[in-house]
Design a binder for this molecule. Structure first.
Ligand code: IMP
Length: 435
C-alpha cells in the first residue's frame, strides 16, 4: 500500500494542484474520480503556467500516468481542447492518459438545461454554477433513461438511436421552458460526438480494471479530488454544492478502487477561506480585508474568471470536512497571502442569533445561514514569506498561526505553501506543531 489522496477541505480552489504536482514523483498514476471541467487546477513549474481542468495534474510529469475515472463527467470537446493545449506546451499524452468507458458524457442540451435554473426569474433557484453542464449530466446519470457513457460512443448505431430519443425529449422540454431555445438536431449531435469519440479512442478503456492491475503490480496511485469537501453533494452545504462526492467519500465509487488501498490522506486548506458561487459562508469578509485577500491571493476562478468571495479561516468547517474526508495530515496553502494584515481572525465556533454556541457545522442551510462566527484573534506578521523555505525561518507569528490552526483542526500540518512555485514549499517534519 502506498496510495495517497489529496482532497480539498473547503469550498474548492485550495491549490490542490500544486500538492498533487509535488507528490507525483512518489506515485505512478494520478486519478480523477469526480467532477468535470468545472474544476480548474493551475500548476506553475519552471516559470510555465499550466491550466488543467479534466486531465489529472500528474500528466505534467513525463513518467506519470493520468486516469479520468468513471465518476467524472466528460465534455469531449473540452477534453480534446485540453489535450491539444497541453501538447502545444510540450506535454504529450502518448499512452499515459486513460479515460473511463463508464464516465458519463456532457451533451449540448445539458448546458441549456443548466440555464433553466441559473437564469430563471427566481433568484432562489440560482446556485451560481460554472455552467459546464455538470449538474444536468449527473442528473441524467442517476435518472438512467437519458444517460450517455463514453463507452456508448463506440456503438454508433445504438448511440444514434439513443440520441434521437433523448434529443426529442429534451427539445420538447426546453422549447416549453426556455423562450430563446434553439432546438438541437439529433443527427448532427450524434455525428459530432462520434467524431470526438474517434479522436479519443486511444485513451478510452476500462479504467477500473486498469487501476486494479496497477495496484497488483505495486504501482502507487494518487487520487486527486476536484472542488472541495464542503461542495460535496452529500456532505457539503447543500444545495449550494456541486453534483458529485467531492470529499474523499467519492473515491471508491468514482474509481472502482476500495479506499483500503490508500494510506496517506491529505486534506488541503488555504490559510483563509474562499468560495465561488452562491451559498452560506459564515466567515466571509465583504470588506477591505476580503478585497485585500482577493487581490494578493489572485482569487479569481480558474474556469469562469469570477472573483472569489474571501474570508477568514473557518476552523469549524475545516474540522468537519477533515473528519468527513478522513484527513490524517494537512497541507496549508497560501500562507504568504496573509502577510501585512495586522490581526488575523479564525472562526473557532459559531453562535446562533440568540447567542447560543454551535460547535458543529449545521447540516441545514437555514441553520448555517443563521450562524455567526465566534472569532479568536491572532497577531499577524509583516514580512514577505515567499522566499522562506524552512519552518524555523517563518516569523514567530506565522508559526503561531499554523500551530493554532493545527490545534483547531485537530490534524497535523505536514506541508506549508508560500507561493505557487514547486520550490515555494516548506515540508514539516519533527518540527511540525503538535495537535
Ligand atoms: P457546478 O459544479 O458547476 O454545478 O457548480 C456548483 C457550485 O460548485 C458552484 O458554487 C460553483 O462555483 C462551485 N464549483 C464548481 N467547481 C468548482 C471548483 O473547481 N472550485 C470552486 N468552486 C467550484
Amino acid at each position: 500500500m502506498a496510495s495517497t489522496c489529496v482532497v480539498g477541505l473547503q469550498w474548492g480552489d485550495e491549490a490542490k494542484g500544486k500538492i498533487v504536482d509535488l507528490l507525483c514523483d512518489q506515485h505512478d498514476a494520478v486519478v480523477r474520480y469526480q467532477g468535470g471541467a468545472n474544476a480548474g487546477h493551475t500548476v506553475v513549474a519552471d516559470g510555465v503556467t499550466y491550466k488543467l481542468s479534466l486531465i489529472p495534474t500528474g500528466i505534467l510529469r513525463p513518467g506519470t500516468e493520468g486516469v479520468i475515472g468513471n465518476g467524472v463527467v466528460i465534455h469531449p470537446p473540452a477534453l480534446l481542447k485540453e489535450i491539444e493545449t497541453l501538447a502545444a506546451q510540450g506535454v504529450e499524452m502518448g499512452s499515459r492518459l486513460h479515460v473511463s468507458d463508464r464516465a458519463h458524457v456532457i451533451l449540448p442540451y445539458h448546458m441549456a438545461e443548466e440555464r433553466l435554473t441559473e437564469e430563471s426569474a427566481s433568484a432562489a433557484d440560482h446556485l451560481g454554477t460554472t455552467r459546464r453542464g455538470i449538474g444536468p449530466c449527473y442528473k441524467d446519470k442517476v435518472g438512467r433513461v437519458h444517460g450517455v457513457r463514453v463507452g456508448d460512443l463506440y456503438h454508433p448505431e445504438r448511440f444514434r438511436e439513443h440520441i434521437e430519443r433523448i434529443v426529442a425529449f429534451k427539445n420538447r422540454l426546453l422549447l416549453a421552458m426556455l423562450p430563446d431555445y434553439e432546438p438541437i438536431e439529433a443527427g448532427a449531435v450524434a455525428e459530432e460526438y462520434l467524431g470526438y469519440a474517434e479522436r479519443l479512442r486511444p485513451y478510452v478503456r476500462d479504467t477500473t480494471t486498469w487501476l486494479h492491475h496497477a495496484i497488483g503490480q505495486g504501482k502507487r496511485l494518487l487520487f486527486e479530488g476536484a472542488q472541495g469537501s464542503l461542495l460535496d453533494v452529500d456532505h457539503g452545504s447543500y444545495p449550494y454544492v456541486t453534483s458529485s462526492n467531492s470529499s474523499a467519500a467519492g473515491i471508491a465509487a468514482g474509481s472502482g478502487i476500495p479506499t483500503r488501498h490508500i494510506d496517506r490522506w491529505i486534506g488541503v486548506v488555504k490559510a483563509y477561506t474562499t468560495r465561488v458561487g452562491g451559498g452560506p459562508f459564515p466567515t466571509e469578509q465583504d470588506n477591505e480585508v476580503g478585497e485585500r485577500i482577493r487581490k494578493v491571493g489572485r482569487e479569481y476562478g480558474t474556469v469562469t474568471g469570477r472573483p472569489r468571495r474571501c474570508g477568514w479561516f473557518d476552523a469549524v468547517a475545516a474540522r468537519y470536512s477533515a473528519r468527513v474526508s478522513g484527513s490524517t495530515e494537512i497541507s496549508l496553502m497560501l500562507l504568504d497571502v496573509l502577510s501585512g494584515i495586522p490581526e488575523l481572525q479564525v472562526a473557532v465556533a459559531y453562535e446562533d442569533e440568540s447567542g447560543r454556541k454551535v460547535a458543529e457545522m449545521p447540516g441545514h442551510l437555514s441553520d448555517l445561514e443563521r450562524c455567526r462566527p465566534v472569532y479568536e484573534t491572532l497577531p499577524g506578521w509583516d514580512s514577505d514569506l515567499t522566499g522562506v523555505r524552512t519552518w524555523s525561518d517563518l516569523p514567530v507569528e506565522a508559526r503561531n498561526y499554523v500551530a493554532y490552526l493545527t490545534k483547531q483542526i485537530g490534524v497535523p500540518v505536514s506541508i506549508v505553501s508560500v507561493g505557487p512555485e514547486r520550490r515555494q514549499t516548506i515540508i514539516l517534519g519533527n518540527d511540525a506543531p503538535r495537535v
